[in-house]
Design a protein around this ligand. Structure first.
Ligand SMILES: NC(=O)C1=CN([C@@H]2O[C@H](COP(=O)(O)OP(=O)(O)OC[C@H]3O[C@@H](n4cnc5c(N)ncnc54)[C@H](O)[C@@H]3O)[C@@H](O)[C@H]2O)C=CC1
Ligand SMILES: CC(=O)C(=O)O
Length: 308
């Protein structure tokens, strides 16, 4: 069976994801839709030059009718943050762009899995499901997967251990109300808080560094794209391979953590070829659970202000 990905948006994130995907997964067809029409023409020409080493893939610019038989539709289109802006500052512009995308993709007859990384990702993932009318398990957002990788990197540096030994997550909004599950985190199997180097001040510093890392990168080079592109590659290749993996993703909340709102938010999520297999309510301390509810309330406040 043909393995086809329909990519919407071929900017910094989209083109980096295309390159990562081709280098890490078997893909038969990569169709790219972009409003800047020349970009996917150039990118298809540039990307096909890696296929002699990566395997045969039909990479081409696309229109929406190409989504019809795709397994996955990846949405990276949207306005990125400028230095100093928050992800929530992007809502109005990116909701408008999202609306222009979902309708023609659905009208094409697309029956696969939507994967969203455009910001604010929890809001746009929630709206992708609502606008498409797709079952909730067939819409996934990158959520706090990137934040969680950033956290693992910071903890590994602080404790001078391999990042592979760090088991810790950022949960909630991919944004300013995110929080770390420090109370349950382990490093090399030992509770994080048992390490002599760790105390509340150190954890607070790490939390701030992780939360501000995206903004710092944007201030230096205008955009962040390697990290999120790798998370998209992990998600899309798991769907294409029908391989179960668990990541902190933007997933549909159905009463988990005592949240009363109908929205997507960052929580450990098992995905496979069907999309979301299981949304996991991970163990949290009472203080962390309150942060999760705060994050959901913030997202609901933003969603309440959006007219579709
Ligand atoms: N979730 C995450 O962890 C991350 C999310 N992002 C988000 O990803 C989005 C894209 O960021 P970049 O790639 O850096 O921006 P970019 O400006 O480099 O690329 C965005 C692309 O979307 C295209 N586009 C705009 N409207 C479109 C439409 N209706 N249909 C198709 N294409 C359209 C633009 O022409 C542009 O090429 C932003 O919202 C950014 O905040 C970026 C990094 C990490
Ligand atoms: C841009 C963005 O959302 C990030 O790097 O976290």
């Amino acid at each position: 069976m043909s393995r086809k990905v329909f990519l919407v948006g071929d900017g910094a994130v989209g083109s980096t994801f295309a390159n990562d995907l081709l280098q890490n997964a078997k893909v038969d067809e990569l169709a790219i839709f972009e409003v800047a029409k020349d970009r996917p023409v150039g990118d298809a020409m540039d990307l096909e030059d890696i296929t002699p080493f990566m395997g045969q893939t039909d990479i081409h610019p696309a229109d929406y009718s190409d989504a019809k038989d795709a397994d996955v539709c990846v949405i990276t289109a949207g306005v990125p943050r400028k230095p100093g802006e928050t992800r929530l500052d992007l809502v109005a512009k990116n909701v408008k762009i999202l609306k222009s995308i979902i309708q023609p993709v659905v009208e094409s007859g697309f029956k696969g899995v939507f994967v969203v990384s455009s910001n604010p990702v929890d809001i746009l993932t929630t709206l992708t499901q609502k606008l498409s009318g797709f079952p909730k398990n067939r819409v996934i957002g990158t959520g706090t997967s990137l934040d969680s990788m950033r956290l693992r990197v910071e903890l590994a540096k602080k404790l001078n251990v391999s990042v592979a030994k760090v088991n810790s997550m950022v949960l909630g909004e991919h944004g300013d109300t995110s929080f770390e599950n420090f109370d349950e985190s382990t490093v090399d199997g030992k509770p994080l808080r048992d390490y002599a180097e760790i105390n509340d001040d150190v954890l607070s510093e790490i939390e701030t560094d992780v939360r501000k890392k995206g903004g710092k990168i944007i201030a230096k080079k205008g955009a962040t794209f390697y990290g999120v592109a790798m998370m998209l590659t992990q998600i899309v290749s798991a769907v294409l391979d029908n391989r179960s993996i668990c990541l902190p993703l933007s997933a549909p909340i159905n009463g988990e953590y005592g949240i009363k709102h109908d929205l997507y938010l960052g929580t450990p999520t098992v995905i496979n070829g069907e999309g979301i297999e299981q949304v996991i309510e991970t163990k949290l301390s009472d203080a962390e659970k309150a942060k999760m509810i705060n994050s959901a309330d913030k997202m609901q406040e933003v969603l309440g202000g959006i007219e579709l």
